[in-house]
Structure formats: structure tokens, C-alpha cells
Unconditional design. Structure first.
Length: 300
């Protein structure tokens, strides 16, 4: 029997994305081309495979029944090919999709990009936001190479590696009239605060740390990225509580001053997660090692 193995990645993309539009984007083809591939799949299996719904497509019972077999077979083929390939970072031309939270974008990614420019100039990165939803970030489908941030309750199909820990400090304007060399509890609670609302667990971690210490905070304004904080602080008497490595970068701004919080707010982990299907891929193993090594170069 003759059949086209190129049809099966399209089947997998449709099963995992449940959308012709998203599946076509993932495969790098047009929607008409994917629709044509789907018609060929239907002819091969003599089943509709996917039916239209209001917000995408849904697999038929037959499609659901063959999904585990097709997934396992494609993974075995991938493993066979990868084992025969000799990965050379300096020569490769490859795009990696990475889901990163705003902390990682600010602190880790610039150093990683600088290192890749030297070691693997043909490697390109495409960053997407990451809160804590592995499915939304593309990790569960394997479309995303890595998720970088805080990973909570990962399933068995996702591997998680600890990269580093981070603490918290406070930033105020350099000539703040009410803050001296130290920031006491009463002053902290009296000040108005700039709050950063990045997606995911980093936000929850700060709220929980404040609650554990019984420390109150009057939030005057909430922003969505750390880069918005310096300008807010420089022109007000507000305070912001931020990760220490970000504070260290902001310390170079003469308008700002870094002070210790009135109590120990603890530390939070920064982690790296990837789908098990990328475990033996030489290029992915190399990328993960570079990310981990780069994290080690950051000052504690």
C-alpha cells in the first residue's frame, strides 16, 4: 500500500490545535494547502477525521482512536533521524520558539542573544508571552521549544529544570523625601506603590510574600511590564517592589535608588520546561544547555 508520510504532521497539528488557521501557521503553509492535505487524509482513512465547530474543528471518534498511534510513530521517526544527525551550532540555520515571562525577557534573554550571536549566528529566536499556562504557550503540543518562568503542576509529558532563584528589593527615586538609607515597615505601608502585573506566578508570588509578612501595600498604579517602572518612579514619590536582578539593572539610572524592603520577602524560582518529545533532539539539548549556562552567569 502506498501513502504519503507528509500527511501525518498535518493530522497531528489539527489534532493539537483544533483550528485550521492555527495548524496552518504552525506548519508554515497556507490554509488552502492544509485543507487540500486534509482532503487527502480523508481519502486515505475513508473518514471525515475533523468536523467544523463554531470556534474551530473537532476530531471524529476515529481520529481520536488513531491519534496515539500516529503520535508514537512520528516520534519514533523523529528519533531515528535525530540520531543520525550531527548537530553543529555554528553552522545551523534554525528558528526556536520560546515562551518567556517578562522577567526572563528583561534579565536573561539579552545575555542569551549575545551568546548565540557568537556561538550560533544562524539560530533565530521567536519569543511569546508566558504566564503559567503550558498549553497556551505551545509547550504541550511541542510547537514551543522552551517555556521560561515559573512552572506550576506540569504534566508527565513536560520536563522541568530549575535555573535559578530570585529575591525582591525596592526602588524609589534618588531624592525621595521620605526614604533614607533604609525603608521601615511604617514608611513602606504609607507610600503609594507601582505594581507590575506580568502574567502568571511571578505576580502571585509577590502578593503571597507580602501576605506572609503581614505587610500592606497601597497600589497607586499597575503596569504590565518592568520597563514601565523607571519612568513612573522617577517622577513620583511612589515605590516599586521588584526582582533584585531587575533592581540591579535599574540602579544604573541616576534618578533611581535601590533600598532593602522592610522585611525579608523570600525568593522565587525561575524554571525551564520542555515537552518530552524534545528530550533527545541534539539541537534542543544544546539550546537547553546554553540557557542553563547563561543563567549561571547572572550575579546571585
Amino acid at each position: 500500500m502506498k501513502y504519503d508520510l507528509n500527511l501525518f504532521p498535518a493530522f497531528m497539528a489539527l489534532m493539537e490545535e483544533r483550528s485550521v488557521t492555527r495548524a496552518a501557521e504552525r506548519l508554515g503553509v497556507t490554509q488552502p494547502a492544509l485543507s487540500n492535505t486534509l482532503n487527502r487524509l480523508r481519502e486515505t482513512f475513508r473518514d471525515p477525521l475533523f468536523v467544523r465547530e463554531r470556534y474551530g474543528v473537532a476530531p471524529t471518534e476515529f481520529a481520536q482512536s488513531i491519534f496515539p498511534t500516529v503520535a508514537a510513530a512520528l516520534e519514533q521517526f523523529d528519533d531515528l533521524v535525530r540520531m543520525q544527525q550531527d548537530f553543529r551550532p555554528a553552522e545551523t540555520e534554525r528558528l526556536f520558539a520560546i515562551a518567556a515571562n517578562s522577567y526572563v525577557e528583561f534579565v536573561l534573554m539579552p545575555r542569551l542573544v549575545a551568546r548565540l550571536r557568537t556561538e550560533a549566528p544562524g539560530v533565530r529566536l521567536r519569543l511569546a508571552p508566558f504566564g503559567d499556562d503550558l498549553t497556551e504557550a505551545g509547550v504541550m503540543s511541542g510547537a514551543t521549544a522552551l517555556a521560561l518562568g515559573r512552572v506550576v503542576d506540569p504534566p508527565d509529558t513536560v520536563v522541568v529544570q530549575h535555573l535559578m532563584d530570585e529575591g525582591l528589593a525596592c526602588v524609589v527615586r534618588a531624592d525621595h523625601p521620605d526614604v533614607g538609607d533604609a525603608l521601615d515597615r511604617a514608611t513602606y505601608e504609607r507610600l503609594k506603590h507601582v505594581n507590575v502585573l506580568p502574567p502568571g506566578r511571578l505576580r502571585a508570588g509577590l502578593f503571597q510574600a507580602l501576605d506572609r509578612q503581614g505587610l500592606r501595600r497601597e497600589v497607586a498604579i499597575s503596569v504590565t511590564h518592568f520597563l514601565a517602572v523607571p519612568e513612573m518612579i522617577a517622577v513620583t514619590d511612589h515605590c516599586a517592589t521588584l526582582p533584585r536582578r531587575i533592581c540591579r539593572a535599574l540602579e544604573r539610572d541616576p534618578r533611581l535608588r535601590i533600598v532593602e524592603p522592610p522585611v525579608d520577602l523570600g525568593r522565587f524560582p525561575v524554571e525551564m520546561a520542555w515537552h518530552v518529545r524534545h528530550r533527545q533532539d541534539a539541537a534542543h539539548r544544546w539550546l537547553r544547555s546554553v540557557v542553563a549556562d547563561t543563567a549561571k552567569t547572572l550575579e546571585p
